[in-house]
Write a protein that binds this ligand. Structure first.
Ligand code: S3P
Length: 435
């Protein structure tokens, strides 16, 4: 592990482009691998998590190659996945693990899943439960974690499944299993989560319907599905753009344009909350890219105000709370967050990791069971310090990097390596924007 210090920067200015959306990149590779024929993907995120998905799909028979700046995927067709010859190493990636478990559940193959120390602590019971109901069998490690072995069943049994937690990964795992399951597989989602799976599967020609009523959504997929090959353009990742939106908001004098940012309403909560706090964020040239709403974001420095964040907005910004906490630490007054117990089972326990990290950097933070309460400086730089522990969590690393930019002495993190899972050129882009 190599420690890295992020020093206070000058204003962030100019125009930057963040890499492709991680959620969409995983799905583009997976659905391409299940289409019959050749798919072309532009803007794919070339982060370690997505490359773990690509490696696993190759091990199950798909051909996936880089072609210039695009990626080309030759799919095997739904039902055509092959028995992998070795364990599937998922690295740090929960999305790869849970979605691929869904795919394999309805194929007659056996697979072993392994991952790094962070992923090996994360709960897999939430996908094992519905996929077992569909007929797959699992031998997980104690506590329902990785490493685990699974055996799919072909044909699997269609189910109707009500999500007990708001999780797009669990929803997607069941829908992906449904692709190769005869009949109708349904997922009932009491709280809307990111809907990239639904949007993209329709684009690939799957028979998928969404019914909305009483606040719940019922998603039905008819299997077995025939997916036709697609050309996909992956928009910039709002979760990556969020680090720069907060950085430009809290570093005085900043005026930064972040181009081509995905603004799917199931993902854009961070920008709505930052605006509620008084951030100066303009959406320019709103358009559609690859079936997803997109805009360029112009972000100018502003003094933020603490607020009580509505817990109902959490699913649309579930990955952005670490960096929101940094914004809160620089705001005037107190920011209160609740209803965030899911943050404890991400790449790290993000409530306790961010509470500890921000305190080390000099912020005033109280931790409750389900949120943080942060009293901000009103715009005065945080003292800084560290090294803070990132727990193999890219978003803790990048959030504290942003805190460093708005600090007196800089913030050190114990390791910058986790950043490569989702945002390999993060440090270069900071240098570019701060130059
Ligand atoms: C993701 C869903 C979310 C999110 C993760 C990506 C996805 O996880 O935190 O980074 O691509 O479906 P949960 O399903 O656990 O909420």
């Amino acid at each position: 592990m190599t420690a890295h210090t992020f020093f206070p920067s000058g204003p962030l200015t100019g125009r930057i482009r963040v890499p492709g959306d991680k959620s969409i990149s995983h799905r583009a590779l997976m659905f391409g691998a299940l289409a019959v024929g050749r798919n072309r993907i532009s803007g794919l995120l070339e982060g370690e998590d997505v490359l773990a998905t690509a490696a696993a799909l190759r091990a199950m028979g798909a051909r996936i190659d880089r072609d210039g700046s695009d990626w080309v995927v030759d799919g095997v067709g739904v039902g055509g996945l092959l028995q992998p010859g070795e364990a599937l190493d998922m690295g740090n990636s929960g999305t790869s693990t849970r979605l691929l478990m869904g795919l394999i559940a309805s194929h007659g193959i056996t697979a072993a899943f392994t991952g790094d120390a962070s992923l090996s602590k994360r709960p897999m019971g939430r996908v094992i439960d519905p996929l077992s109901q569909m007929g797959a069998s699992f031998t997980p490690s104690p506590g329902g974690t990785l490493p685990l072995m699974m055996e799919g069943l072909q044909p699997a049994v269609p189910i109707e499944y009500r999500l007990p937690v708001a999780s797009a990964q669990v929803k997607s795992a069941v829908l992906l299993a449904g692709l190769n399951t005869p009949g109708v597989t349904s997922v009932i989602e009491p709280v809307a989560t990111r809907d990239h799976t639904e949007r993209m599967l329709r684009g690939f020609g799957a028979e998928l319907s969404v019914e909305e009523g009483d606040g719940a959504r019922i998603i039905r997929i008819h299997g077995p599905a025939d997916l036709h090959p697609c050309d996909i353009e992956v928009p910039g990742d709002p979760s990556s753009a969020a680090f720069f939106a907060v950085a430009a908001s809290i570093v005085p004098g900043s005026d930064l344009v972040i181009e081509n940012v995905g603004l799917n309403p199931t993902r854009d909560g961070i920008f709505r909350v930052l605006r509620q706090m008084g951030a100066d964020i303009a959406f320019i040239d709103e358009r559609e890219v690859g079936g997803e709403p997109v805009a360029d974001l112009r972000v100018r420095h502003a003094v933020l105000e603490g607020i009580a964040v509505d817990p109902a907005i959490a699913p649309s910004m579930i990955d952005e709370f670490p960096v929101l906490f940094v914004a809160a630490a620089l705001a005037r007054g107190t920011t209160i967050t609740r209803g965030l117990e899911e943050l404890r089972v991400k790449e790290s326990d993000r409530l306790s990791a961010m509470a500890a990290a921000l305190r080390l950097a000099g912020a005033k933070v109280e931790e409750s069971d389900d949120g943080l309460t942060i009293t901000g400086t009103g715009g005065t730089p945080l003292p800084g310090g560290g090294p803070v522990t990132t727990h193999l969590d890219h978003r803790i690393a990048m959030s504290m990097a942003v805190a460093g930019l708005a600090s007196g002495d800089g913030v050190a993190i114990d390791s910058a390596e986790p950043i490569a899972t989702s945002f390999p050129n993060f440090i270069d882009l900071i240098a570019q924007a701060a130059a």
